[in-house]
Design a protein around this ligand. Structure first.
Ligand SMILES: [Fe+2]
Length: 357
């Protein structure tokens, strides 16, 4: 029998309606005293959650660091790290969307490792020590960041979106309160939600990891049934134990250069890549079959979902000139991890640009 090797890692996951109110119980287990809550920018809802959180944690010394916006910069991440170091924080609670949780992960790890964010972006320094505990509480469904081992920050000076990946970046506890997911702004919710489909399909095809495959199928089934919190969790469990592919590399260029929200940026090229992959690996057909679909029907289903959600899927919809295709393709190729079912080259990426322009 062919030998298969893979690891399965996950935080302690608590999923259910109203679980947020039980946070006191989970903090007690961690025996922390000085807690830093990291939140986003001007979201009334997040402030409402924050008030509740402060109320649940009356017995602790609490500090708050706010103002994290989507696609967080190196600078804001370093500010948060510096603040946490000054206050000698011993527990981080990240309360917000994927960006807030990404910053929270880096803060938790850099409190036990030297240097600043930049040192780790270009691998000049290695993460050597486990960070202080992090409780991740997502307020938006989709990114799955609460269970993954990566954190994404943007180097705005060099227009580069960078994902740092390390097992120590995975939160200690993920509290997924399904009530939260009903109350975020529509555009953010849509972008985040549609990312689940890319996570699930890329996670399935990335490596021969049976765990990821099972998670992907379950994620897509849950998504099609409308159970988005579960779908998000399973999708993230899939790709965080295998990886992502070209639609994610491609999306980084569309987000940093043309400001297209992350999830939408991934779904723009996904159907074209599915078609292309299906010509090179039987795995796409097996995945579609597991969902009682054919490859064409799977693509059609994805297209219908994006249409229903009102997502624009052509590059020209975002006022990207056709002549930019060479630039987009060459930039995407730089960050392509070459884990796709076929070897991706410039020509392929330009063809994808043609198709989706
Ligand atoms: Fe994503």
């Amino acid at each position: 029998m062919r030998q298969r090797e893979y690891t399965i890692n996950t935080p302690k996951i608590i999923l259910g309606k109203g679980e947020f109110s039980n946070i006191g119980k989970y903090i007690q287990e961690l025996k922390s005293k000085k807690v830093l809550v990291i939140i986003g920018k001007k979201s009334m809802k997040e402030f409402e959650y924050l008030d509740k959180l402060l109320n649940y944690l009356k017995d602790y010394q609490i500090f708050v660091f706010g103002g994290i916006s989507p696609n967080p910069s190196i600078e804001i991440t370093d500010k948060a790290i510096q603040y946490a170091r000054e206050k000698e924080i011993d527990l981080i609670i990240g309360l917000g969307g994927g960006s807030v949780l990404d910053v929270s992960k880096l803060v938790s790890v850099l409190l036990k490792n030297k240097g600043v964010t930049n040192d780790y972006l270009y691998r000049e320094r290695k993460i050597l020590n486990k960070g202080i505990p992090l409780i991740a509480i997502p307020t938006i469904t989709g990114s799955g960041t609460e269970v993954t081992k990566s954190a994404v920050v943007t180097d705005y000076k060099n227009k580069y979106k960078y994902s740092i990946s390390h097992e120590y970046l995975r939160p200690e506890i993920a509290i997924i309160d399904e009530d939260f997911c009903l109350t975020v702004p529509k555009e953010i919710a849509i972008s985040s939600k549609i990312d689940i489909i890319s996570h699930s399909i890329e996670g399935y095809l990335c490596k021969d990891n049976s765990f990821s495959k099972i998670m992907s199928i379950q994620a897509l089934k849950s998504f099609f049934l409308g159970s988005f919190s579960e779908a998000s969790l399973f999708g993230a469990m899939s790709f965080s134990n295998s990886g992502t592919l070209s639609p994610h590399s491609f999306s980084y260029i569309l987000t940093t250069h043309y400001n297209i929200p992350h999830g939408i940026a991934t779904i723009i090229s996904l159907p074209s890549f599915i078609k292309l992959w299906s010509l090179h690996t039987p795995k796409v057909n097996i995945l579609a079959k597991s969902l009682n679909l054919t490859v064409d029907k799977l693509i059609k289903k994805i297209n219908n979902i994006t249409k229903e959600l009102g997502i624009k899927t052509r590059l020209r919809d975002y006022k990207i000139p056709f002549e930019k295709k060479k630039f987009i393709a060459s930039e995407a190729l730089k960050i392509n991890k070459q884990r796709d079912p076929l070897k991706i080259d410039l020509q392929i990426l330009e063809k994808i640009c043609d198709e989706i322009w």
